[in-house]
Design a protein around this ligand. Structure first.
Ligand code: PLP
Length: 422
């Protein structure tokens, strides 16, 4: 029987010593009531919470789990590397091996720099775009997530207007809006940031329109500015290359993170020769950016990306997941909106303006051992099996049934209502 006694006790302790009890994307404040906050085990496709409840995890650590938690090949290179050298006075030769491996796989790129978080990579892209020709204005798609620094964090706390002084926002996938934003930048355009596809929270996803992508490339060229693709979330779930290879457009810079070490902390900025001199001008670093263990994990992850059918596998599982949920929803009288790539599933309910159906459904599925998000895109991992899918559908079938029964008594999440009113 599902129980959360330990989780509740931990939350009480956390509230004393951690502001708000938890922070950032892993705080459960936005999740449906009772979602577990603390986990003690992650293995393959499964997560175990502090109370011992097990879940098939469709969030994959918000992205990093690409090949399965604790993948044996990666675990082996990690433990071997730990016995040699990790964080020290200089990098290990692995940084050269890793840069060569990445450059060999990412078509647009001639060089790589490594860091820890996706936000490090997007910050470096921003600085390099500005260092490139000494220009200031940077174009961002409205609501696209690029990290939690003062220039891009989605909430206003601690941010001053000057932090956002030189950003111009445009609507994703709209070539005219992009053209207008470029015009607004005048002769001060440093760069254009593009999300590989639209993956904003609480909204339907959309794949990149090829004309929009080509317009971004052309405008960057005409204005001698740099085009950036932020592949931190989508990387290696659409392609074994930069995600915009799927629309035939090559950026100058691409940002990588999340999956790169299959959970080991490492991210990367990749660039072409046009951006190389600018990359040499900026001073960026971090105490852990050169650590060897995550690099060993990344080299092994890249090998598995090249040599296994993980992408075909997660695509197939993703298609089955989408079709199965649609079929179940329909049979219980619900309509779903499933948008974007099947390897990054987004599941929203039709006629659900305050998300009470989505929240009710995910809560019911969670109590039956399936961890889904009602507002954020999810992630597929290569450890998923037909058995996992069958177990998932058993739980989601019951969750839909539960939802149908309780439909008239569901209430919107109070946190969400407060947020929507704000
Ligand atoms: C997660 C994410 C980031 C930030 O990465 P962190 O590792 O959390 O700093 C940047 N861009 C996109 C598209 C992301 O999904």
């Amino acid at each position: 029987m599902w129980d959360n006694t330990k989780d509740r006790a931990l939350r009480e302790r956390a509230a004393e010593v951690i502001p708000g009890g938890m922070y950032g994307h892993q705080s459960t404040v936005m999740m449906p009531e009772d979602f577990p906050q603390f986990f003690t085990r992650a293995e393959g496709t499964r997560l175990t919470d502090a109370d011992g409840n097990e879940y098939i995890d469709y969030m994959c650590g918000y992205g990093p789990n690409l090949l399965g938690y604790g993948h044996p090949d990666i675990a082996r290179v990690v433990s071997e590397q730990q016995t040699r050298i990790d964080t020290s006075t200089g990098p290990s030769p692995l940084i050269v091996d890793l840069a060569e491996a990445m450059v060999g796989m990412v078509s647009h790129a001639d060089w790589a720099m490594f860091c820890k978080n996706g936000a490090d990579a997007t910050m470096m892209a921003l600085m390099i775009a500005r260092a490139y020709r000494g220009k200031r204005k940077v174009l961002l798609a409205r609501n696209a997530y690029h990290g939690s620094m003062p220039w891009n964090t989605p909430r206003p706390g601690g941010v001053v207007a000057e932090d956002r002084a030189h950003f111009i926002y445009f609507d994703y996938n709209d070539p005219q809006a992009l053209t207008d934003a470029v015009k607004e930048a005048g002769d001060d355009l440093a760069g254009i940031f593009a999300a590989p596809f639209r993956h904003d929270t609480f909204t339907d996803q959309s794949m990149p329109d090829a004309e929009y992508a080509r317009t971004a490339r052309r405008l960057a060229d005409e204005h001698d500015a740099l085009l950036v693709v932020d592949d931190v979330r989508a990387g290696f779930r659409l392609s074994r290359d930069c995600s915009w290879e799927t629309v035939g457009v090559r950026p100058d810079l691409s940002c990588w993170g999340k999956v790169l070490g299959n959970g080991q902390p490492i991210s990367a900025l990749m660039g072409n020769d046009r951006a190389r001199a600018a990359a040499q001008k900026i001073f960026v670093t971090g105490s852990y950016w050169f650590s060897a263990v995550p690099m060993a994990a990344a080299i092994e992850t890249l090998r598995l990306v090249r040599e296994t059918d993980y992408l075909e596998h997660i695509t197939k599982i993703g298609e089955q997941f989408r079709a199965g949920l649609d079929e179940q929803a329909e049979s219980f009288g619900f309509g779903l909106r499933q948008t974007g790539p099947v390897t990054l599933p987004m599941v929203l309910f039709q006629d659900d303006p305050d998300f009470r159906l989505g929240y009710g459904f995910c809560r019911a599925a969670m109590k039956r051992g399936v961890y889904l998000s009602p507002y954020h895109n999810m992630f597929m991992n290569a450890a998923m099996t037909q058995k996992d899918l069958a177990d998932t559908f058993e739980a989601t079938g019951e969750a839909f049934e539960d939802l149908k029964r309780s439909r008239d008594s569901l209430k919107p999440s109070p946190v969400l209502v407060a947020l929507m009113d704000a």
